[in-house]
Design a protein around this ligand. Structure first.
Ligand code: NAP
Ligand code: GLV
Length: 310
């Protein structure tokens, strides 16, 4: 068994060590642009360079070390047509997303963002609490991570809403789906949490038109991809007060350029794409389990549907 590994950060040592632990029989070959590799059985990669794609022609599957698949599907027809692409299923990311989004929601609900500003100004001034019934949380995308976030929010008693492509029925969550369900979903969501995959249909979905449908004083949390959000539209709606505040973990250009106006807007909180980091050990274990199941002729979860785009 040979596994072709690519890491954009070049930090391959710990990955090789974990593969030797969970699949001692496998040989891990690190991909390098200047070195042709012997044929491999599987590839493990995240956002590969285009020159690597030719080496994927003969592998049985390519495993991504993340949940989002846009960094690979962007190559379109350059990807070998029949290559199964397999994303991570949670693998330690779900709990991190749950922590991140719960923190952001509670920060806005309990007005901690405003208390932080008051404290910096030396002000002691209790604010009127928000009411839970006015604080419905709408999660765009009810997949592996969106579902985990909804589960984490459930004990707090906020009205919960979710939007997906196909129809869903989830206890305790008001479910909406498809283009036809989007307006009603947005109109009732005081907090909009974007957890969608980036596809041609979802790109720029969080734009002025759709954000204007949220109730006045809404909050935005984007933990999906920067290209879901029309950035100038957010600034316009924040300045008008229609959007009260936003927490953005993902941006169109990462790192966010120093001159970007978001840095100067106190109602926008930026984090550097850390909402849910890949947990190496759990990821390698999951990939090794799936390789064993594929070798045994079994089905595995997380195969990307290229027509859907996720
Ligand atoms: P997933 O399991 O593929 O779920 C995607 C969800 O989006 C599904 O519920 C799907 O609906 C829905 N959806 C897709 N296209 C849609 C459309 N056109 N209209 C309505 N709903 C649509 O993805 P996931 O694992 O939850 O991850 C979501 C995203 O999080 C990833 O793609 C990635 O971009 C992002 N992410 C970010 C970080 C970070 O650190 N910030 C970390 C990990 C992942 P159906 O259920 O009907 O198919
Ligand atoms: C990170 O953004 C991921 O998609 O795993």
């Amino acid at each position: 068994m040979r596994i072709l590994l690519h890491r954009a950060d070049g930090d391959t040592g710990p990955w090789i060590k974990d593969f030797s632990k969970f699949m001692p029989e496998a040989e891990v070959a690190v991909w390098r642009a200047d070195e042709k590799k012997r044929p491999c059985d599987y590839a493990v990669l995240w956002s590969p360079p285009e020159e690597m794609l030719v080496e994927l022609g003969d592998v049985k599957a390519a495993f991504l070390t993340g949940a989002g698949v846009d960094g690979v599907l962007k190559f379109g027809d350059l990807l070998p047509r029949h290559l199964p692409i397999i994303r991570l299923d949670d693998a330690g990311m779900g709990i991190q997303m749950a922590e991140y989004v719960t923190h952001a929601v509670l920060r806005y609900f309990r007005r901690f963002d405003e208390y932080e500003a008051q404290a910096r100004a030396g002000q002691w001034a209790p604010l009127a609490p928000h009411r839970k019934e006015d604080f419905a949380i709408g999660v765009l995308g009810m997949g592996v991570l969106g579902t985990r976030v909804l589960q984490a929010l459930a004990p707090f008693g906020f009205p919960l809403r979710g939007w997906s492509r196909g129809e869903k029925n989830v206890a305790g969550v008001q479910c909406f789906h498809g283009a036809g369900g989007l307006d009603t979903f947005l109109r009732g969501s005081r907090v909009l949490v974007c957890m969608l995959p980036l596809t041609p249909e979802t790109s720029n979905l969080v734009d002025r038109t759709n954000m204007s449908k949220l109730p006045a004083g809404a909050f935005l949390i984007n933990v999906a991809r920067g290209a879901h959000l029309a950035e100038p539209d957010l600034l316009t709606l924040i300045k008008s007060g229609h959007i009260a505040a936003a927490t953005l973990d993902v941006l169109r250009n990462e790192p966010l350029p120093a001159q970007h106006p978001f840095w100067q807007e106190p109602r926008i909180t930026i984090t550097p794409h850390i909402a849910a980091l890949t947990v190496r050990r759990e990821s390698v274990q999951q990939i090794c389990d799936k390789i064993r199941r594929i070798e045994a002729g079994e089905m595995v979860e997380g195969i990307v549907d290229r027509n859907r785009g996720y």
